[in-house]
Design a protein. Structure first.
Lengths: 697, 645
């Protein structure tokens, strides 16, 4: 279809060539042509954008180790049975310790660490860290304000041990994190301590270390993320002022925080649940805040070692409900057929993949896009990424129950070997991770789509916006010139000013709405999330009414003859949406992609409903209906509900407002840029589309 | 050059030797070797090789020496070096376990990589030139990239913070220099017996480099004779300090491992270097037995010192010295021979524990902030347990204080904001006037000179911890200023923390022999410790970028010049006229072709068609599409059939 268009285009240029008239420049000509046929092109481009998104699983490339220095798996593992028995002993001791309530488990872990000739220290932290403050939105992790009056009632204690590299210069370090709930940690969780202890016992003996190793046992009583973030903030931006927290508890856990150079990489190890498969399962979590990803090489190394050396079944998160969706299956079958056809034409064309692979790939891709778009880290590794350290979370599920002794030995050996190999690879690195990709989407643990490929889908999706904006502007100008006879009013270049005023007012409104939750949180008294969301909704709508009343020409309900033409308003709206989406694609691509999927059709379809109803033609009626449906879906709360339904969680009806509030609260607590996008780009554009829909033209 | 050639003539060498023997100068050149062994509390053993070579002030030798290395004397003469120290270090000195308040650690705990400082005896204006030449000479002499210290951005001229007060002092360090045998071999070449004989024969490369710490040091100083006409004498001190882990089979973790020289180094000493005036092995046992019997009268009690319930030595010491914190056993290796090699062993029988004396404050340094944003450098000083026992406290205005000097060099791309200096003492922020006694700052100049900070803190004696933080911004380097592995980050050299009112020395109760090692220990040395090297990640360009930049620039140039030429060349009127004329007649080549086809077909030349241009164009376009489809079909068919085979 697109090629045909191009042919046509060329033809037209050719015919113009032949004529003796002065021809305009080819670029200008092309622009005029595109603008003139914008409805067709917008449909073509949007469809191509969606199609490009759908064929992304086909375009995924196999991962490869980009940095030669990593050399994963080239060294023989040095783990011995002695190390494993150390690990098993720790697990057993923790169990007994917990049964007999002999005191702090941290002390026990610390004792084990110091027996392995590591430098041990304990760090106290306060569980509350994430506080929403609109002004601190994009500031770095060092903006943690120390609470002045810290109560000793609740605080966590992290244990950390450092092994100094025997001949190293101490400039760099590698961090191993095992979150463990010291109060009510399960048996599975203790296994992660066993694996790391096995490894640590080995690392204390080896001579090949060039980077120091830090083992952090994070007190996950208050969540996985917070203890790690607290430790990192103490590591990177300590406060030298006196802290009240030090006075809590025993005195011997005094301030003796130790450091070991710049952190090169970090691995978070968790063991949970039993594997559903025959093999032990390893899940890799990589998404950090705002869609940041660790360097692909880190994932590659872990994946390579886990699959080819230790025989784990490696997986990444996927949207399970997509696996059984029939429409995706049909698309997959079509692609498979096309791929087969292409293969028969030329055996070198091997882009076709089986339906099952396609389904897996798209489910993983969807999950990858979703977690990146959400902007909330998927594990404690997010805290490292906030400090520009590459980190991933490895979640291991053994295939045996936690009390099986014989299996445990083998499990420890393999888990520790995996970590040993990874650490050895990172230890080999002379430079920091920089060779491989930072911008990518995963379709399986060993397949990725790089930024150059996935950008195409977004570019195609937003490409119609400027075209349509230009064509609408021309149309609107013409209409205005016709309607007004006074030639003095026909200052052509200022036609957009009224519309721009309206767009600006609504964006300002969006900005205020974005900041409102901060003030609502300041309202004294305990309120349930639903109450808060109602407060937010009422204040926002009253604000909206005030905006409409205060700024003339803004309201869609006042019928005025010399108001802005809807085409000009739509043109400016589309331009604003275009700018917003492009800006967002730089900050968080996945958000922009999903946002574009929603916003682009809504913006393109929006047109006044009155003339459509008046005309009583099927085509315009259909258009009006489509735009109404799209607008309904586009409302953030509505979309939230639909996506919840899609992800397999039931709709909750009345408590929806409350849930939406909680969801948004989590967004801003994690400093997700998606929150800003919803408030400052999506909401105003949606409202403007609503204005166009009810425009009295 | 001529002199160099001449020196190789054996006759002259022989002659000079004969002359020297004949005159028999009273103060001859002296060489002495010594090895100090010291078990460390963390189950490791420290071995400290010490070689001293003295060339007395005399003019009788001329340019020739018997024992003293010629290369060094030439260096001293050429660059007029008054004092110089060069060290090559690998690994970190563990101040906590290996001590920080004894002469051994204050002199031999060096920063990672290469450190060089020198005091010159030249006019102030020539100091920098001499330094630059010296770095090049040393670079060649020791197979190391010391010549990188030549650039003015890598060295500094400390005034008082370094400990030596001289305005002709230059200091520089290269934290990233890798140290290996290629640096040790030229260093050994300076010894009269190389590593062929005597104590240096122990230096088995694999065992020396297997250690946890390895520092090879060369210190030279000139001694002014004071007499007219006489040159200056040179004292060359070469030390190698290694910390080794004895291999142990026992599983008990609190038991000290037993070792012997042959198990540590894989070699034994077979006799001393014949050129050495003295060659001794010392064994220092710290922190224990010092409090036992005060006077050794009888043979039995002396025997008890080295063979007792705790440990025994495999050889009988020639002498036993006592000092305030331990014992020092002295062995003379002259007696050993090929048949009876000297293989000192220490066998522990009971678990024992002791601790080393530590510096009053333990220093650590770290970076604050992460990533490519601005950050801060923080130096943390923590009181050690032994702080209260130490001498060297001063009373100023009735307050007991500890003085600490901090000397730090900043590379120019670390742009330090000196006004952001914050000092916290015991977690209370202090104003500068409260704790800062002296400060000297020389800011860096971009790409010209490095920055330097010297400050003297005066802390109260009961201080628990002190922290100093200073903010910096990261500079941008030019693309060709990046080193090959730019993505590793950039190093900030170690800071030097010294305690001007604390001096470390060993005081022996008995009178000393004339051993140079012991006399150097007896001298009071400034207590100093180096902090860690820091790694700052700077913004590095994508080094494949030049290619992209070139392509983009080329594209832009092409577009720009293309359109510019177009505008300049084009004349609208001319073009119209040309188009009109083209409409009337076709080009010569085309006409020729037409005629040719006509001849082939055997038909007369068709007159230019008078059809409407629109029809013609549509006709042409369908023809064109047909052609395209034909070609595409042919291509597809060809592709299909060609690949099938």
């Amino acid at each position: 279809m697109a090629t045909e268009k191009r042919n046509k285009e060329e033809e037209e240029v050719k015919t113009d060539d032949g004529s003796p008239k002065i021809k305009p420049r080819p670029i200008v000509q092309l622009g005029i042509f595109l603008v003139a046929h914008s409805p067709v092109f917008s449909v073509v481009f949007s469809a191509a954008g969606v199609l490009a998104l759908l064929i992304l699983p086909l375009l995924a490339k196999n991962t490869y180790i980009s940095e030669n220095a990593l050399m994963p798996g080239s060294a023989r593992s040095m783990l011995s049975n002695r190390d494993v028995s150390d690990g098993s002993k720790l697990v057993k001791d923790i169990k007994n310790y917990r049964l007999n309530h002999e005191g702090q488990v941290q002390k026990l872990v610390g004792k084990y660490m110091s027996e392995m000739v590591a430098e041990v220290y304990y760090q106290k932290f306060h569980p509350e860290g994430n506080q929403f403050h609109p002004l601190h939105f994009f500031s770095g992790p060092d903006s943690y304000t120390l609470l002045d009056n810290v109560s000793c009632a609740s605080y966590g204690v992290n244990v950390a041990g450092i092994i100094r590299a025997p001949r190293g210069d101490g400039k760099e370090s590698i961090v191993l994190v095992t979150p463990y709930d010291f109060i009510n940690g399960g048996d599975y969780e203790a296994l992660s301590l066993g694996i790391t202890s096995t490894l640590f016992s080995l690392l204390a003996r080896v001579t090949w270390l060039s980077k120091d190793i830090i083992w952090l046992v994070a007190d996950s009583r208050y969540g996985d993320y917070r203890p790690v973030a607290a430790w990192l903030s103490e590591y990177h931006s300590p406060s030298f002022k006196v802290s009240d927290l030090l006075k809590c508890g025993e005195r011997n856990t005094a301030d003796n925080f130790r450091r070991a150079g710049t952190v090169a990489a970090a691995l978070v190890l968790k063991v949970d649940g039993r594997s559903e498969r025959f093999e032990d399962t390893l899940s890799i979590y990589a998404e950090a805040s705002n869609g940041q990803m660790p360097n692909l090489d880190l994932i590659n190394v872990v994946n390579y070692l886990a699959v080819h050396r230790q025989g784990f079944y490696v997986k990444v998160e996927k949207v399970v409900s997509l696996l059984s969706s029939s429409w995706l299956k049909i698309i997959g079958e079509i692609f498979e057929a096309v791929g087969k056809l292409a293969h028969t034409l030329n055996p070198d064309w091997n882009f076709g993949i089986p339906v099952a692979d396609y389904l897996e790939g798209s489910a993983t891709l969807a999950s990858s896009l979703y977690s990146q778009a959400l902007g909330i880290p998927t594990g404690p590794h997010g805290a490292f990424r906030d400090n520009q350290v590459d980190a991933i979370t490895l979640k291991v599920s053994p295939r045996f129950p936690p009390d099986s002794k014989t299996r445990q030995h083998d499990f420890f050996l393999r888990g520790a070997r995996l970590l040993e190999g990874t650490i050895r690879s990172v230890n080999n690195l002379l430079e920091k991770f920089h060779q491989s990709f930072f911008l990518y989407l995963l379709t399986s643990p060993s397949k990725f789509i790089s930024v150059g490929v996935y950008m195409i889908a977004f570019a195609l999706l937003v490409a119609p916006l400027p075209m349509v904006a230009a064509s609408l502007y021309i149309e609107g100008c013409k209409a205005l010139t016709k309607s007004t006879d006074n030639p003095t009013e026909n200052l052509k270049s200022w036609k957009w000013l009224d519309a721009a005023k309206q767009v600006f007012a609504l964006h300002l409104f969006g900005f205020i709405v974005t900041l409102l939750p901060y003030f609502i949180c300041q309202v004294p008294g305990q309120h349930s999330p639903s109450n808060r969301s109602i407060m937010w909704g009422t204040t926002s709508s009253s604000l909206l009414l005030i905006t409409f009343a205060a700024i003339p020409g803004c309201s869609p309900f006042t019928s005025r003859h010399h108001g802005t033409h809807w085409a000009v308003l739509k043109s400016v709206t589309i331009s604003a949406a275009f700018i917003g989406l492009c800006l967002m694609s730089i900050i968080n691509f996945a958000t922009a992609e999903i946002g574009a999927l929603l916003l682009v059709p809504t913006c393109l379809m929006a047109q006044p409903i009155k003339p459509a109803l008046r005309s009583r033609r099927i085509k315009s009626m259909l258009g009006a209906f489509c735009s109404m449906v799209l607008l309904t879906i586009g409302f953030p709360v509505m979309f939230f509900a639909i996506s919840k339904g899609l992800f397999g969680e039931g709709l909750v009806g009345l408590s929806l407002g409350g849930e939406f509030w909680t969801w948004l609260e989590s967004l801003w607590a994690w400093k997700s840029a998606t929150y800003l996008y919803i408030g400052m780009v999506h909401l105003p554009c949606w409202l403007l589309c609503l204005c166009i829909l009810f425009h009295p033209s | 050059m001529a002199s160099l050639v001449r020196s190789w003539i054996p006759l002259l060498i022989l002659q000079s030797f004969l002359v020297a023997v004949a005159f028999g100068s009273k103060e001859a050149e002296q060489f002495s070797e010594a090895l100090l062994l010291k078990p460390l509390p963390d189950r490791k053993v420290l071995a400290h090789f010490h070689f001293e070579n003295r060339a007395p002030p005399s003019n009788s030798h001329g340019r020739h020496h018997h024992l003293f290395p010629k290369a060094i004397s030439q260096l001293v003469q050429k660059f007029r070096v008054k004092e110089m120290e060069l060290s090559f270090t690998q690994g970190r000195w563990n101040h906590e376990h290996w001590g920080g308040f004894d002469p051994l650690s204050s002199m031999n705990a060096k920063p990672v990589g290469v450190e060089l400082w020198a005091v010159f005896d030249v006019p102030q204006s020539q100091v920098d030139t001499s330094w630059k030449n010296l770095t090049h000479a040393l670079s060649g002499l020791f197979c190391a990239s010391i010549n990188f210290l030549e650039s003015s951005t890598s060295y500094a001229a400390p005034t008082w913070g370094f400990g030596t007060n001289s305005d002709k002092l230059r200091y520089g360090s290269l934290p990233r220099e890798a140290v290996c045998t290629e640096n040790l071999t030229p260093w050994l070449k300076l010894l009269p017996c190389r590593d062929k004989d005597g104590i240096s024969a122990l230096m088995n490369r694999p065992s020396v480099y297997r250690g946890f710490y390895h520092s090879q040091r060369l210190h030279l100083s000139t001694v002014e004779s004071g007499q007219e006409g006489l040159g200056s004498g040179i004292v060359l001190e070469q030390t190698l300090t290694v910390v080794l882990q004895p291999e142990t089979t026992s599983v008990e973790t609190n038991m000290q491992p037993s070792w012997s020289l042959s198990s540590l180094f894989g070699r034994k000493v077979v006799g001393s270097c014949v050129l050495a005036k003295s060659s001794n092995v010392y064994l220092q046992l710290e922190g224990r037995l010092g409090h036992e019997s005060k006077n050794v009268d009888t043979e039995i009690e002396a025997h008890k010192l080295w063979k007792n319930a705790d440990f025994d030595l495999s050889l009988k010491p020639d002498r036993v010295l006592r000092e305030s914190s331990g014992l020092l056993f002295i062995f003379d290796i002259d007696k050993s021979s090929d048949s009876e090699p000297f293989d000192l062993g220490l066998n522990w029988k009971l678990p024992s524990k002791w601790s080393c004396q530590q510096a009053p404050l333990q220093a650590s340094r770290f970076l604050m902030g992460s990533g490519n944003e601005r950050g801060a450098i923080a130096i943390l000083l923590k009181a050690t347990e032994s702080q209260e026992k130490l001498p060297g406290r001063e009373l100023t205005d009735g307050r007991c204080t500890i003085k600490a000097n901090i000397f730090q060099i900043f590379p120019w791309y670390i742009k330090v904001y000196y006004h952001t200096l914050q000092i916290f003492v015991d977690q209370q922020q202090k104003t500068d006037s409260e704790v800062l006694k002296k400060i000297n700052v020389s800011p860096s100049t971009d790409k010209v000179s490095s920055g330097m900070l010297e400050m003297m803190l005066e802390l109260p004696c009961e201080v628990k911890s002190a922290a100093i933080s200073i903010e910096y911004d990261k500079g941008f380097l030019h693309i060709d200023e990046y080193p090959p592995d730019a993505n590793q980050g950039f190093d900030i050299p170690s800071a030097l923390i010294s305690f001007p009112s604390h001096h470390a020395s060993l005081d022996f109760q008995e009178e000393l022999s004339k051993s140079p090692l012991l006399s150097s220990f007896k001298e009071k040395s400034l207590v100093r410790s180096y902090t860690e090297v820091l790694l700052v990640p700077l913004t590095t360009p994508d080094f494949s970028m030049p290619y992209n930049v070139i392509t983009i620039t080329c594209t832009i140039f092409a577009l720009y010049f293309g359109s510019l030429l177009n505008v300049l060349r084009r004349r609208i009127g001319e073009e119209e006229r040309f188009l009109k004329s083209q409409g009337k007649k076709t080009g010569g080549v085309k006409q020729l072709l037409l005629r040719l086809t006509a001849k082939i077909r055997g038909r007369p030349i068709e007159a230019p068609s008078s059809e409407s241009p629109a029809a013609e164009s549509s006709f042409l376009s369908t023809k064109l599409i047909f052609k395209i489809i034909l070609i595409a079909g042919a291509a597809a068919a060809w592709q299909y059939f060609s690949t099938d085979k």
